[in-house]
Design a protein around this ligand. Structure first.
Ligand SMILES: [Ca+2]
Ligand SMILES: [Ca+2]
Length: 245
């Protein structure tokens, strides 16, 4: 018995888990389930509900311009969603580490196109990383040589074959990133989970939006303003109780 435990324990520790990089965070105990997931790979937290832009009452059809998406984010921070600020749109950085390459490829070698499979754009695209690496989905095209923009569909890319893990509302919408194209500031990057592709579009296009936050929301402490307001409220209650006596 004594000898059997160690290998079993080792096997349990080594066993791959479906969402090893995602840890549920219960930000509202009054509502069932986890309202956010901490992404240990990217060190950011995602809202579980990718339809929250509609469910928060901000935009009924969850399709809004880039400026309106930023206004929604500003509103979440103003109202301290779950007692927190620092919410933002997911970001994109150049996959080559220096400047965006807009020639379309289907193997993640440039910043536009699909990443096909495997490591995707690495951590350069937060949504791409979630889709390809963390959730293990495939892109529309079979990976081919660098520079080729030809696309032959690869098995397993289809929407019905996809894994969206604990997230809801990610399936068919195009999601804005918070990243403006430096060479044309009236455009921004977006990610489309249907095909697994990343591209740029005019900010006047109407796409959806999701909120993320740096770090682990479980470790975040409500900002001093909110805490002071709460303490002030409690003090007021105490005063009233004493007066009544
Ligand atoms: Ca909850
Ligand atoms: Ca709308």
């Amino acid at each position: 018995m004594k000898f059997a435990i160690a290998p079993l324990l080792a096997a349990a520790l080594l066993a791959p888990s479906a969402h090893a990089a995602l840890q549920g965070r219960d930000l509202d105990p009054a509502k069932a389930g986890f309202e956010a997931y901490y992404d240990t790979d990217l060190n950011i937290s995602w809202l579980t509900d990718f339809g929250y832009v509609a469910h928060s009452g901000f935009d009924a059809d969850a399709r809004l311009s880039w400026n309106d998406a930023q206004a929604w984010i500003a509103g979440l921070n103003q109202q301290h969603l779950y007692g927190l600020d620092g919410w933002r749109l997911p970001t994109v950085s150049p996959v080559n580490g220096s400047s965006f390459q807009l020639g379309s490829t289907n193997n993640g070698h440039t910043d536009v196109g699909v990443a096909a499979t495997g490591t995707g754009w690495g951590t350069a695209s937060e949504m791409g990383h979630l889709y390809y690496v963390t959730l293990g989905n495939k892109g529309l095209c079979t990976p081919t040589v660098l520079g080729s923009d030809a696309c032959s569909t690869q098995p397993g890319w289809s929407p019905t074959a996809k894994n969206f893990g604990p997230f809801t509302g990610l399936t068919t919408f195009v999601f804005w990133s918070g990243t403006t194209l430096p060479s044309q500031t009236n455009q921004a990057f977006y990610f489309y989970a249907y095909y697994g592709n990343q591209d740029v579009a005019l900010k006047t296009q109407t796409y959806s939006a999701i909120a993320v936050r740096d770090g682990d929301v479980a470790a975040a402490v409500p900002e001093p303003g909110a805490a002071a307001l709460m303490l002030g409220g409690l003090a007021g209650l105490g005063l009233r109780a004493r007066r009544r006596r």
